[in-house]
Design a protein around this ligand. Structure first.
Ligand code: MG
Ligand code: MG
Length: 255
């Protein structure tokens, strides 16, 4: 498959550098998480992440990415917004659920991760959705073992999410990550066990389950970035960059 040509196996030294980028990325997201309360603007969240990145001599690969050029360092996606929400003047409100996706380039290597969290008291449905997306990521990571295939990861995520009564996105996928934010292989959040690309030690992949309450369908807003559920139902997104090793999967975007 041409789309999977761009796979780069990392050396142990490269994994160490990616672990460092992942650590800084986690620090940026932790700073954002501390700010989540009613009245804070999504631009404030972006500024907090940028401050951490700058302090560590890092920057976000999101800025100026794509067409039209993405204008910020993080994506902030609220409620029915699934991914790629652009930070701005919007204020967080009690009961919102907020997904924040951050990338870090440090010493030429990328860390990419995202979390979803509530603002103040959230509904039982929103709580369940966040639990499911967090567990879906764990279920996917557990499949990241040499000898498995990318389809095993995809199928495990899909089965877990659909078994929980929710839907997985079709148009957006996990992806290899390394010197570039998007490398091969693509890892969709749905698929068939035993298919796809065989996993090898040194592969580094950003897994990112995107879960929707009412439908798997999405649409893009006129800003040409923000992706929302087609039916306006709640959505959530969780992501870690993870290395395949000779043994257990190594999560890179953690403290
Ligand atoms: Mg991301
Ligand atoms: Mg990603």
């Amino acid at each position: 498959m041409t789309r999977d040509n761009n796979i780069h196996i990392k050396t142990p030294d490269e994994i160490i550098l990616m672990r460092e980028a992942g650590r800084v990325n986690n620090l940026a997201l932790a700073a954002v998480r501390e700010l989540l309360q009613p009245g804070v603007t999504t631009a404030d969240l972006n500024a907090a992440a940028e401050e951490v990145l700058r302090k560590h001599g890092a920057y976000s690969p999101f800025k100026n990415y794509g067409h039209p050029p993405y204008p910020a360092s993080v994506c902030v996606s609220i409620n029915e917004e699934l991914v790629h929400g652009i930070p701005g003047k919007r204020k967080l409100q009690e009961g919102d659920i907020v997904s924040v996706d951050c990338g870090t380039v440090l010493e030429g290597y990328v860390g990419d991760s995202a979390f979803t969290a509530g603002v103040g008291e959230i509904s039982p449905l929103a709580r369940k959705l966040i639990e499911v997306v967090e567990q879906a990521l764990s279920v996917g990571i557990a499949m990241m073992r040499a000898g498995n295939k990318t389809g095993d990861i995809s199928a495990a995520i899909q089965q877990f999410v659909e078994g929980s009564g929710f839907h997985v996105v079709r148009e957006y996928t996990g992806h290899g990550v390394g010197r570039s934010m998007h490398e091969g292989p693509q890892v969709p959040n749905y698929g068939t066990p035993g298919t796809g690309v065989p996993l090898r030690p040194g592969m580094t992949i950003a897994l990112e389950p995107m879960v929707l309450v009412g439908t798997h369908r999405t649409r893009v807003l006129p800003d040409r970035w923000t992706v929302v559920s087609a039916d306006g139902s709640l959505t959530a997104h969780q992501e870690h960059s993870v290395a395949v090793t000779e043994g257990d999967p190594l999560v890179l975007t953690v403290p």
